[in-house]
Design a protein around this ligand. Structure first.
Ligand SMILES: Nc1ncnc2c1ncn2[C@@H]1O[C@H](COP(=O)(O)OP(=O)(O)OP(=O)(O)O)[C@@H](O)[C@H]1O
Ligand SMILES: [Mg+2]
Length: 284
């Protein structure tokens, strides 16, 4: 992989998703877990945001609230600057048109009995392309596959279990290419693939953002990946954001002890994005 890319500052641009005091508590009494604890955030249109934290820090719980799959116990999520209303089934479906997700295990979010071409065809139909000619649909599916370096002709009539994990994750990105949501939430999408596929998938996500201007919210425990890919990072510890801001500012000049620890844990595999020169001893 190459040098960390040029980052952009989106902080003056239009808001996409924001949170004010967003909290999620599971259980009651002494079984209570505060999974997400009064977090504030502003994600902007077109911004590549990473949420970084260790296992159990609340990343998936927060992403489920962003997706509208869980309701916050307290606090408010805003969509394009206004309180998000997903109180009815119809409003929820409307919201879901603009937001998509890819997960750690691409096979889990997939109907295993669906052939690959029918999965891609569904995306075209969902985006109002049902009436398009068969030739046009094939052209669109071919384009989506070639965006992720897959050959459509070799995939037709195949089932998901006939693909590798990396191919499957790329197919999930081909779906996103066709669906063109305004927001993509990617929860640890590269943790189950090898380093080479990981780099390819990260670059595809970046290209997708660059081509479509979608907001990407990338969830990871790996601060090295976050440094490579994001404009902005939010560092999450025990349900709280301990620091946030431009990725290079936060990661090259970390203030919180937790951020420093995450950096010192960066696996050797990321030597190409050398974080070893970061001063971890600076005063808090
Ligand atoms: N449905 C649930 N019921 C009760 N507790 C839950 C539930 N979902 C999550 N939790 C708890 O909330 C906390 C945060 O979990 P979460 O899955 O959001 O963490 P995470 O940062 O995504 O971790 P990982 O990196 O392992 O995926 C954990 O203590 C977890 O046990
Ligand atoms: Mg998780």
């Amino acid at each position: 992989m190459n040098e960390p890319r040029v980052r952009r500052d989106f902080s003056d641009g239009p808001l996409c998703l924001s949170g004010r005091g967003v909290t999620k508590v599971f259980g009651l009494g002494d079984k209570k877990t505060v999974a997400v604890d009064h977090v504030d955030f502003d994600f902007h249109e077109g911004e590549f945001v990473s949420i970084v934290g260790e296992s159990g820090s609340g990343k998936t719980t927060l992403s489920k609230m962003l997706l509208g799959l869980l309701n916050p116990t307290e606090g408010e999520i805003l969509f394009q600057g206004k309180p998000r209303d997903i109180s009815s089934g119809r409003k929820k479906r409307e919201y879901w048109k603009g937001i998509q997700a890819i997960f750690q295990d691409p096979f889990s979010s997939y109907n295993v009995f669906h052939k690959i071409d029918s999965v891609l065809l569904d995306c075209i139909n969902m985006r109002g392309g049902r009436a398009l000619s068969r030739e046009k649909k094939i052209e669109m599916m071919t384009e989506a596959c070639s965006f992720v370096n897959l050959k459509f002709a070799e995939l037709t009539n195949k089932y998901p279990f006939e693909l590798s994990g990396g191919q499957m994750q790329r197919l999930m990105i081909a779906r996103i290419f066709l669906l063109k949501p305004r927001i993509l939430l990617a929860d640890e999408p590269t943790s189950m693939v090898d380093a080479c596929s990981r780099a390819t998938i990260l670059d595809m996500l970046l290209e997708l953002r660059n081509e479509t201007g979608m907001t990407i919210i990338f969830i990871t425990h790996d601060i090295g990946l976050a440094y490579y890919i994001s404009d902005t990072v939010y560092i999450m510890e025990h349900g709280r954001f301990v620091e946030s801001g431009p990725a290079d500012k936060v990661i090259l000049n970390p203030q919180a002890a937790y951020t420093k620890r995450l950096i010192s844990d960066v696996p050797k595999i990321h030597e190409e994005w050398d974080l070893s020169t970061v001063d971890l001893k600076a005063e808090e």
